[in-house]
Design a protein around this ligand. Structure first.
Ligand code: RP5
Length: 168
């Protein structure tokens, strides 16, 4: 008997398992916010058919956002964005001699018409947070979880500021 979980709302994909140490941070923050997500390896140049199938089925599978990470020429986010109207957030991964600058430019410089929201090099956590905010537009529960997370972060900074000011 298979137990059906809640529908997956965010897809996290990456070109290679070598991207996973960076991309896992998107999964971590989505787990913290209790947003159902999946993690897949989908390479634009090594498995183009798999990428096509993933992009074409994203909407009907109910995905509300896709976080796509890749290094080097990094065409995965742009190609997925071309295949679906589900918003795509690209994560440039630092895996080459150019330290992620190649991936950053490749992902951020999409020609007009097919946008890819792009976060900083290796900042998969921000990509996860942005995906959660997209989900939150239709989910008061996730919106509240985001607010709580921001408040906790602000309280943490206040505590550090107070500690510094007290000379401890
Ligand atoms: C890209 O090539 C992947 O996204 C990865 O960042 C990079 C290197 O992949 P591996 O050779 O480590 O599998 O497609």
């Amino acid at each position: 008997m298979s137990v059906k979980g809640p529908p997956v709302l965010v897809g996290i994909v990456m070109g290679s398992d070598s991207d996973y140490p960076v991309m896992r941070r998107a999964a971590e923050v989505l787990a913290e916010l209790d947003v159902p997500h999946e993690v897949e390896i989908v390479s634009a140049h090594r498995t183009p058919e798999r990428m096509m199938a993933y992009g074409k089925s994203a909407e009907e599978r109910g995905l509300k956002a896709i976080v796509a990470g890749a290094g080097g020429a990094a065409h995965l986010p742009g190609m997925l964005a071309a295949l679906t109207v589900v918003p795509v957030i690209g994560v440039p991964v630092n895996v080459t001699a150019l330290q992620g600058l190649d991936a950053l430019l490749s992902i951020v410089q999409m020609p007009a018409g097919v946008p890819v929201a792009t976060v900083a090099i290796d900042n998969a956590r921000n990509a996860g947070l942005l995906a959660a905010q997209i989900v939150a537009t239709a989910s008061p529960r996730v919106r509240e979880a985001m607010r709580e997370k921001r408040a906790a972060r602000a309280a943490d900074v206040e505590a550090r500021a107070a500690k510094l000011a007290s000379g401890d």
